[in-house]
Design a protein around this ligand. Sequence first.
Ligand code: FEO
Length: 191
Amino acid sequence: MTTITKGISMFLLSTLIMALLVMIVLGFMLGFTHPLPWILIAVLAIIPYIHDKIVSNRFVEWNDALSVGIDSIDADHKRLLGMINQLQTAAHYHTDDEMIEKTLNELMDYTQYHFTREEEIMQSNDYPDFAEHKQQHVKMVNEVSRFIDEYRVDKTRTIDNVTLFLKTWLINHIKGSDQEYAPYLKDKGVK
Ligand code: FEO
């Protein structure tokens, strides 16, 4: 969703709320016992709830199905998911560019830190698929860097496409390649 599309969505939402308020006032002219204004009030009351539901679906929560059973790696993954949610919050509430840049930089630094930690554990334990796994990390960093460069050049693009990519990639990667190395590393005594 671009900044312009977001602006249009906010405008439509505000217009809907204004229209409902006007219809409620007009509805009461039919009498306080008429059901129409009360129905409209109920509709108005559930708009924030629906809005919150839509927004919360954009966030990703840690759950045990994402565990690889190695404490340090799980802690990294939890922190990364938290940072992606933080970025999502900054984007949703139109936080200033400086804050988004800061959050993005911290996220990318921590991603790099996590990849290095994971690669060192795999390499020092002679994990057979180490090279292929490392290649996935390199590809992801390149892809995200491309998204970030696009965002920096064209601020009408929001950071949403970066957060969506990060969320989807991380969840799929944890549930796929990361959980594949877990039995091997745990057999080697990594906790
Ligand atoms: Fe946890 Fe392979 O990244």
